[in-house]
Design a protein around this ligand. Structure first.
Ligand code: NCD
Length: 321
């Protein structure tokens, strides 16, 4: 996939499609800008005028709660006009291609598309076919990437741990179907995590993962030992064809994160999950709702981080917030 399309001729970030290949400075800049947006959400009037007069279209061809809603709130807090399109009710179901749908919306002078699709590469394809002044953010494409989720995860880690550099991180569960894990790995590596482990049944760990510098193990205890951050993943049963996991009870026994298993991690380990969570399958309620969990902070942070990404690619981040 051509990553260069993300940048304009002057090297400025134009689209946000993948974190793979983005520099440490770019990622850190987005996280720093997000810090300044956190306070906006805590004000009485939660708005800044950075995207006033701009039109943002949320184009979601797959279900979503957190991502779609936080993009909508982020756009509104930046004073943009935000339109949400529920793809199930749109012309694509009447046979129109995604590109024709996008061109139609572009004809209405959309400035930014936020795209989620079940096909890997959908956001890239759209970005390639739009005129240069129209921006695209990838809100999850197939199994490929979910870069804004990875950035809100990095932001959350940085807020809780004070840094990302030098940390040991375990990513646990269904990595095979996870666009989140792929983006997390790229972001963690670029931002200097000391060690990244992939933990789960062999059937759910992609074979090429070790080429990314990640140590794979199917031994939960070994995978958790001494880690600072535990990133749980949802078992994506809707993407599985065939029997990739044993019974749910057995999966929970071996890989479900419980207070007991968490004892193998560092004493101050932080537990994360992008949501939606399957309680009693990949994580126990005790851990999900417990003191180490930052699952709801991740959701809240998603707003400031998405504001930062929107403002950065629309060129408004240097202005007064
Ligand atoms: C993730 C997704 O859609 O990729 N969720 C999210 O964006 N919060 C992970 C998942 O669906 O399990």
């Amino acid at each position: 996939m051509n990553r260069d399309i993300q940048f304009d001729d002057a090297g400025k970030l134009r689209h946000f499609l993948t974190v793979d290949g983005m520099s440490r400075e770019t990622l850190t800049g987005i996280l720093d800008t997000a810090e300044s947006f956190v306070t906006v959400g805590e004000r009485e009037i939660k708005k800044v005028p950075l995207l006033r007069g701009k039109t943002v279209v949320n184009l979601f061809f797959e279900p979503s709660t957190r991502t779609r809603t936080t993009f909508e709130i982020a756009g509104k807090r930046l004073s943009a006009d935000v339109i949400n399109l529920n793809a199930a009710r749109m012309s694509v179901t009447k046979g129109e291609s995604i590109l024709d749908t996008v061109r139609t919306l572009e004809a209405m002078h959309t400035d930014l598309f936020v795209v989620r699709d079940s096909a890997s590469g959908a956001a890239h394809l759209i970005a390639k076919h739009l005129p240069p002044h129209v921006r695209v953010i990838n809100a999850g494409d197939g199994r490929h990437a979910h870069p804004t989720q990875a950035m809100l995860d990095m932001f959350t880690i940085r807020r809780v741990k004070g840094k990302i550099e030098g940390l040991k991180v375990a990513i646990i569960g269904d990595l095979l179907h996870s666009r989140v894990a792929r983006s997390q790995i790229h972001a963690l590596k670029t931002l200097g995590a000391a060690e990244i482990r992939a933990v789960g049944p062999r059937t759910l760990i992609p074979t090429e993962i070790e080429t990314l510098g990640v140590a794979a193990t199917s031994d939960m205890e070994k995978g958790l030992r001494g880690v600072d951050v535990v990133m749980m993943l949802r078992l994506q049963r809707e993407r599985m064809d065939g029997q990739l996991v044993p019974s749910e009870r057995e999966y929970f026994n071996r890989y479900g994160l419980t207070e007991e298993k968490l004892r193998h991690a560092a004493p101050d380990a932080t537990v994360m999950h992008p949501g939606p969570i399957n309680r009693g399958l990949e994580i126990s309620s005790g851990v999900a709702d417990g003191p180490r969990s930052v699952i709801l902070e991740q959701v809240t942070n998603g707003i400031a981080v998405r504001m930062s990404i929107m403002a950065t690619i629309m060129g408004g981040s240097e202005e007064r917030i």
